[in-house]
Design a binder for this molecule. Structure first.
Ligand SMILES: Cc1cc2nc3c(=O)[nH]c(=O)nc-3n(C[C@H](O)[C@H](O)[C@H](O)COP(=O)(O)O)c2cc1C
Length: 185
């Protein structure tokens, strides 16, 4: 937990996606619920709140990898996938309600994305790392089936969540100055 108040701009600039270097400190379900209850104050058109979540704690991780992730891979890749994801302390599957109308679908996607960035910032404030992941298997019907995702739902992200070793360097991942992307009409 940061000991001094950060401005929003400092928090936005400081947050990084944490992809590795996780430490095996428990990610408590209560904390995730509390962060989500703040994150859902994101703008969402028509107050449709087009999201739901599936939290996978450390205790349930092995079953999740086995039943959901490995089901999308041939046997020969199971060990590699197991090793890749077993290091991650917890996961959050973020599910969006789809809509047959393009406008509403787009609005739902945008609202869910706004909520997700809120969540990542709120987690960072608590020294909890996250990475928004979109591996190919989050599009695989076998992954949907294992997680009982409904026909009118779409998985937006498999968030990786974990406390992390602050000594592990995170690439700076700088941004382009907006002057290069801004024109005036
Ligand atoms: C929609 C979306 C999908 C992403 N998918 C992945 C992914 O599959 N694997 C990954 O390592 N990072 C993924 N990321 C994280 C980005 O790589 C990361 O945000 C980017 O490198 C900028 O780094 P930063 O978040 O630390 O500023 C994704 C981010 C977004 C917004």
């Amino acid at each position: 937990m940061k000991d001094t108040m950060q401005s929003i701009s400092e928090l936005i600039r400081e947050r990084r996606s944490v992809k590795r270097g996780y430490i095996q400190k428990e990610v408590k379900q209560d904390l995730i619920v509390s962060l989500l209850n703040d994150a859902v104050w994101a703008p969402n058109h028509g107050l449709r709140e087009p999201w739901r979540f599936i939290f996978i704690s450390n205790d349930r991780k092995e079953s999740f990898i086995e039943e959901a992730i490995l089901s999308c891979f041939p046997k020969g890749q199971h060990e590699q996938m197991w090793n890749k994801f077993n290091d991650v302390p917890a996961f959050l599957i973020v599910v969006m309600k789809t809509d047959p109308r393009q406008k509403q679908w787009d609005e739902n996607f945008a609202a869910t994305s706004s909520m997700l960035q809120n969540l990542q910032l709120l987690a960072w404030e608590k020294d909890l790392g996250m990475c928004w992941k979109t591996p190919n298997f989050i599009y695989d019907p076998r992954f949907y089936e294992a997680l009982e995702i409904e026909k009118d739902e779409k998985i937006i992200s498999m968030l990786q969540i974990g406390y992390f070793d602050k000594e592990t360097p995170i690439p700076n991942r700088t941004r382009t100055d907006v002057k290069e992307k801004l024109t005036y009409f």
